[in-house]
Write a new protein. Structure first.
Length: 219
């Protein structure tokens, strides 16, 4: 999994998956804690809620990853077909230029951007369009999504194995989740080049704010 996750998910996606997992389990456990029974029965209810919500969310996220991959490939196929069906080279080249990210063109300059578009056009003008199919890489990426979301809930589940009083277990679980939100913020700070302390605190505030919003709206 250490090789699988970075191979199929970029840093932003990895942080997003973990963040979503933490927010989901915080929302579900806080909501379930309002109606949890006393004693071991309540602890089991919260444990099943914590693990169950992240298993479900992990599956959903994996499916969404597959759908996104197939949608992106389908867009590339449509681009190939549109370029090959263009009435002239100038029109075809404009189609290619519109698909190249503006940020990339700004980074390399107009002259190099034009050369890049011309190179892409040269290759896809004779390419075979093919068909959009589910691939092995799609499945591996979906597994990586599921794994990140599921693993993110495991620390939150540990207190439900230790404590016999549901509300105490819930408070410890919430404290662990808040700590993890802080660590996610620090990791995010490494990628964007900002203050680790500030980013950690901001991530905690954002996470708790989203959890509160979800609870208020019935999530």
């Amino acid at each position: 999994m250490r090789r699988l996750v970075p191979q199929y998910l970029d840093p932003a996606s990895r942080i997003g998956e973990v963040l979503f997992g933490l927010i989901m389990v915080l929302t579900i456990t806080l909501t379930a804690g309002l109606t949890a029974a006393e004693g071991r029965t309540g602890v089991r209810q919260l444990l099943f809620a914590a693990i169950g919500c992240n298993v479900a969310w992990g599956i959903i996220d994996g499916v969404m990853y597959i759908m996104n991959c197939m949608t992106v490939r389908s867009g590339k196929i449509r681009l190939i077909e549109a370029v090959q069906a263009a009435p002239d080279n100038a029109t075809a080249l404009r189609l290619v230029q519109n698909e190249i990210e503006p940020e990339l063109q700004e980074l390399i300059g107009q002259e190099h951007g034009t050369a890049l578009s011309a190179s892409v056009f040269k290759h896809i003008s004779t390419a075979r369009s093919g068909h959009t199919r589910l691939t092995k890489d799609d499945l591996y990426g979906a597994i990586a999504c599921f794994w990140l979301v599921f693993v993110s809930c495991l620390p939150a589940a540990l207190p439900f194995f230790i404590f016999s009083e549901p509300h105490r277990a819930l408070r410890v679980s919430n404290l662990l989740l808040i700590t993890l939100l802080f660590l996610v913020g620090q990791k995010w700070a490494q990628y964007v080049g900002t203050s680790r302390l500030g980013a950690g605190l901001i991530m905690v505030a954002i996470g708790l704010g989203l959890v509160g919003l979800a609870i208020v709206l019935g999530g």
